[in-house]
Design a binder for this molecule. Sequence first.
Ligand SMILES: [Mg+2]
Length: 248
Amino acid sequence: MINRPNPNAKLWLFDFDNTLAALEREVDWPGSRRELEAFLRAEGVDEQIFVEIPHGNLPLYAALHGLWLRASNGETRLAIKQTANPSRAGAQALLRRSSQIIERHELIARGAISIIVTSNSSRTVARWLEIHRIAGLIRDIVGRDSLLALKPSPEMIARAIELVAIRPAKEVSATDFSAISAADTVFVGDSEADLGAARAAGLGFYGIAATESARLRLIAGGATSIFSSPAALLIHLNSRPDPHAEAD
Ligand SMILES: [Mg+2]
């Protein structure tokens, strides 16, 4: 048996292949775009930006960020002109609320630290994160090029936990990440090697299994919390009370 995963964990370690990479199809949920767009329209953001950027949350967020906060002398990289740009403080408030809407739909942005622990090269994964515009959500990547033993050895997990202790999070200052415990850490992965590494490190484990045979393999290995996709795991987590709700 393996430790029960803590849904409110402060440190989330993700395998990459078939686990985090599956988010590619899921980060931009149409539902979250609808919610974000409705919010921005209600706040008076001009129609044109939704025409120019018809899909995705992060591209829309990035465009508004550029338009409101990065523009110099009224010059922007976009052809979009908003009739009434908010003040800087107003823009920051709108962007903050937009970010919160996006976060509610993203597994890797839950007010916790996320690190990828992968047998891939960290450079390969870093490039993927850049392309998908989510590099900013991942604190670190511990990859094969660390020359540590691959999973199911716990060596790469131990390195990830060390990295958090060495570089405390600025973005989540309410939490002391220098003293993070195994109970505050979960591993999300799809393979028996992932499960074995989590067990060896004494961590809870969330399994991602897209097929019945993959699911059965994880169950045989002792996993108890298995989801068909990262999205299914996110729905499970979001159906619980938000541990950060009172922090605002
Ligand atoms: Mg994998």
